[in-house]
Design a protein around this ligand. Structure first.
Ligand SMILES: Nc1ncnc2c1ncn2[C@@H]1O[C@H](COP(=O)(O)OP(=O)(O)OP(=O)(O)O)[C@@H](O)[C@H]1O
Ligand SMILES: [Mg+2]
Length: 270
């Protein structure tokens, strides 16, 4: 692997007695798109919150290129080139779609304001499928369209690393195909991404490599097909009492509906 863009080492975060992320370590190469997967409550969103600075690590290191991110404020981390979307969408509901993206653009190093920004905003909205909705208040968008808007806002930051937390969840089959194509086009442009995702169809389509978490710890890290048929990984999803004879095939079914390897392993939704 070339020098990593992101290098996470010994990353740890506890909430009271619960260690949500426990000595997590992994790397992401420039241009790589990795899947961060694991059962509900395994610590994926917490890991994203640590990388983006929404939460402060108790211990460990997060290096982006030459910069150490642990201890930096989220706005500083943005300026280092980390952008994200949220598992539970956060748009500025009373502002127009264009102004939501403008808010992202304003944080972009070098900034972009006024008429010069207009063209960029329109292009970003068109790219995520929101062309023509520039003036619409974000709060009037459907939930799925709010997710699109969040992505446009994140892309406005021209990130070096994009963190997508279940961005493809809840899409219908047509939207899922479009969503996968959009993320693939970003990958083809060389954008480095971490996809937290339960939609296995998307993970198989977009990620050559997966990092699997379970109960806060790293369970597996390797090529997607290999990792997802690892008996320990399957057991983590399906529960301890599963016999290895019962293991599903490496490529889980990809029917009309999005495949969600999202069996309740006793965790909670963030
Ligand atoms: N702010 C918080 N305060 C207390 N506990 C938290 C907090 N955030 C997360 N947790 C707990 O930390 C653990 C990991 O949660 P996290 O949201 O990171 O899991 P996840 O892998 O993203 O799950 P899901 O797939 O359901 O989104 C869970 O037990 C959760 O309840
Ligand atoms: Mg989560």
């Amino acid at each position: 692997m070339s020098a990593p863009l992101l290098k996470v080492t010994g990353l740890t975060k506890a909430f009271g007695g619960l260690v949500a992320v426990d000595k997590l370590g992994f790397e992401v190469a420039p241009g790589e798109v990795i899947g961060l997967v694991g059962p509900n409550g395994s610590g994926k969103t917490t890991a994203m919150n640590l990388i983006s600075g929404a939460l402060r690590a108790d211990r460990g290191s997060i290096r982006l290129g030459d910069a150490e991110l642990v201890g930096l404020r989220p706005d500083r981390i943005v300026r280092h080139g980390v952008a994200r979307t949220f598992q539970l969408v956060r748009v500025l509901g009373s502002l127009s779609c264009a102004d939501n993206v403008a808010a992202g653009l304003a944080f972009h190093p070098g900034g972009a304001f006024g008429a010069g920004a207009r063209e960029r905003i329109d292009a970003l909205l068109a790219r995520v499928g929101l062309g023509g909705r520039e003036a619409l208040p974000a709060g009037e968008l459907t939930y799925i369209d709010q997710k699109r808007l969040e992505l446009a806002r994140a892309l406005a930051l021209a990130p070096r690393l994009l963190l997508l937390d279940e961005w493809l969840a809840g899409l219908n089959p047509t939207e899922l195909r479009e969503g996968i194509a959009l993320i693939r086009s970003l990958r083809d442009e060389g954008l480095t991404m971490i996809l937290v995702e339960h939609v296995m169809e998307a993970v198989h389509a977009l990620c050559n490599r997966c990092v699997v978490m379970n109960a806060g710890v790293l369970l597996a890290d390797g090529p997607t097909a290999e990792v997802l048929r690892n008996p320990e990984v399957v057991r983590a999803y399906l529960g301890e009492d599963v016999e290895t004879d019962d293991l599903p095939p490496p490529h889980l079914p990809t029917g009309e509906a999005p495949t969600q390897l999202n069996l309740d392993a006793g965790g909670q939704h963030a």
